[in-house]
Design a protein around this ligand. Structure first.
Ligand SMILES: [Zn+2]
Length: 190
């Protein structure tokens, strides 16, 4: 996998809108916590990591290329629809949604009980995945690709954290706190 960030790999139909939601505060809080715990490192062209929370039939997600250490209100985007076949996303806000938007959307579709999906980069998880009891995707798929979505869905089951080979992790929760605390627990256990 190339480790350089070159933007999203889908087309976004963006409607300009101010995003107001109580979930925005949760996204900002947990973005800062992940950054503080070295889960959102700078990478060439951007930063690793993106977070989302389900909001009814939509979800809020951090913007493409956002620095989680300092997430502004305008870097939270609402995804109202997505199409995995056409590689298209309908969104509201001021920025393009995260490059992993299709992955977040596919996870929400596969797991109706899940309300938060947090993605970060933390190599120590992969180094210790057997001891930590974590599932890991079979291939090192490119970031933001449909292959990555497919590989994750293959191992997702009812796991709360899965690893993306040579890339990072996603953590799932029925609340934002659950998704975030899963990660902090794993950081302590690694
Ligand atoms: Zn990533």
């Amino acid at each position: 996998m190339g480790n350089e960030y070159k933007g999203t790999k889908f087309r976004t139909n963006l409607k300009e809108a101010v995003i107001e939601s109580p979930l925005a505060a949760e996204l900002k809080y947990w973005s800062a916590v992940l950054a503080r715990n070295n889960c959102a490192p700078a990478i060439p062209g951007g930063y690793g990591g993106n977070l989302s929370c389900r909001e009814g039939n939509s979800f809020l997600i951090t913007a493409s290329g956002a620095n989680l250490a300092n997430l502004g209100n305008d870097q939270i985007v609402r995804v109202v629809n997505f199409d995995l076949n056409r590689l298209e996303v309908d969104a509201e806000g001021w920025c393009l949604p995260s490059s992993e938007t299709l992955l977040h959307g596919a996870v929400y579709k596969a797991r109706p009980e899940i309300k938060a999906v947090f993605h970060g980069h933390y190599p120590a998880f992969e180094e210790n995945f057997m001891r930590l009891g974590l599932k890991i995707t079979a291939r090192a798929a490119e970031y933001g690709s449909i292959d990555l979505v497919k590989d994750v869905l293959e191992i997702l089951g009812d796991e709360s954290i899965v690893l993306l080979r040579k890339h990072g992790f996603i953590s799932l929760g029925e609340t934002a706190d659950e998704a975030g605390n899963n990660i902090l627990d794993m950081c302590r256990a690694r």
